[in-house]
Design a protein around this ligand. Sequence first.
Ligand code: ADP
Ligand code: GLC
Length: 500
Amino acid sequence: MTIRALHVASELYPLLKTGGLADVAGALPPALIERGADVRVLLPGFPAVANGLADLRTVARLDHPLLGSRAGLQHSAHATLELGTLPANGLSVYMIRDDALYDRPGNPYLDAQHVPYGDNAERFALLGWTAAQLAQHADPAWTPQIIHAHDWHAGLAPAYLRAAERRHGRRLAHTVFTVHNLAYQGVFPAQTFDHLALPADFFDMHGVEFYGQLSFLKAGLYYSDRLTTVSPTYAREIQTLAQGGGLDALLRGRTHDLTGILNGVDYGVWNPATDEALAARYTRSRLAGKRACKTALQERFGLAQKSDALLFGVVSRLTEQKGLDLLLGALPEIVSRGGQLVVLGTGDPALEAGLLRVAHAHPDAVAVERGFDEPLAHAIVAGSDVIAVPSRFEPCGLTQLYALAYGSLPLVHRVGGLADTVVDASLENLADDLATGFVFERFEPEALGGAIRRAFALHARHGEWKDAQQRAMRQDFGWGASAQRYLDLYRALVQEPAAA
Ligand code: ADP
Ligand code: GLC
């Protein structure tokens, strides 16, 4: 039986990307389709989406009941549902066209001052509401059996669906909610609820209410049939008081509905043998190209052209989560040992400034580029010896998986998906042919310093370093196994008896 599933998300690579969510939204649906599912995606009609989709046609007019919550932001209640295809692979993508809400340049969530848009509740409520409309035949030609919502932006989809099911007196679709990051909860003032046209009794501790406010994330966690997150370790971590972001009790209560399914890598996009963004291509048996990538990277950033300098790379959002403040503290040690560092990222101005200060002090060893640059991200992952991901917490993390594929050994904090995917180069792991990177236990300077010293020590032993690189490149984190697990989840759901 073919299962029809609608993925609901706010970004999708290659149309629009601010982080790993886009990579997952772009790669998981095709992987499910490859395994026989009938999958479509629903996105807000941001400019990059409207401009990037091919063959767009109107499917339905959406007369929605959502109101702008601020004076002067009284939106029209008319949007259109359009269906197009992703030119790269023909994926069917629905898009909500509502120019008042979505036609804004730049970041999909933040204005030019990096402040969240004042009407984000309505912007993303419409996403959830439209998903529920699709389960009510908004497109007469295609109705999903599964609504698979990602992160807080899509958190109201299961709530609107539940409200519709109450009106219809029967189940309309089954819901899966995936937490990519519990730190972003979509919390809004209580009065926002009045504009969302949800049943009044949904504003409850057993519902969308979260300590007196409205939480989109909680809505997703509360109203969905099944919950997933993006690694097994993170699935355990978010059920603890320390890492549950105030939602741990809810998550512990739903422990039997919650699974951790590791993200995969789209090896069509991240493959050093075919990557057009690299100065040279390479494979694990022909690593010469990787050396050329390192030289090109040192040149690109004006670093000393030393082939034996241990080159650390970072490609990251510069936020508290990513732990780069800890790395900043370790830079003197890296530099004094003759190492180098290249950083690509944007975010926290204080962190940007701190990194830039070190770069100015050591221009031949440290370079920082602010911005979001997909080809440069590939060039850094390929040209570095080590990719550092010292995150405080990390639901899955894709960068370390890309690093493995490119033979750049990841240096990571042992949390979340990082703990599930990288094996430390301890003596015993090296002896057992298991080591693929450097893992530190505690989020403390001494622990990070120890991992950095292990990296230098291994790098000095050329043969063992090469063995670890080749082992890293042999790891298979493709989508196959994970897509199959999502599919099994969908199958189990559609076979459940349809309770009213
Ligand atoms: P997160 O989603 O928390 O940001 P992930 O490791 O899951 O972390 O995914 C990050 C994705 O965003 C990767 O594809 C990475 O290459 C990309 N990325 C992050 N920062 C940048 C940047 N400044 N320029 C280009 N790509 C970036
Ligand atoms: C989030 C997480 C990251 C994860 C990504 C995709 O942005 O921070 O760890 O890999 O989502 O699931």
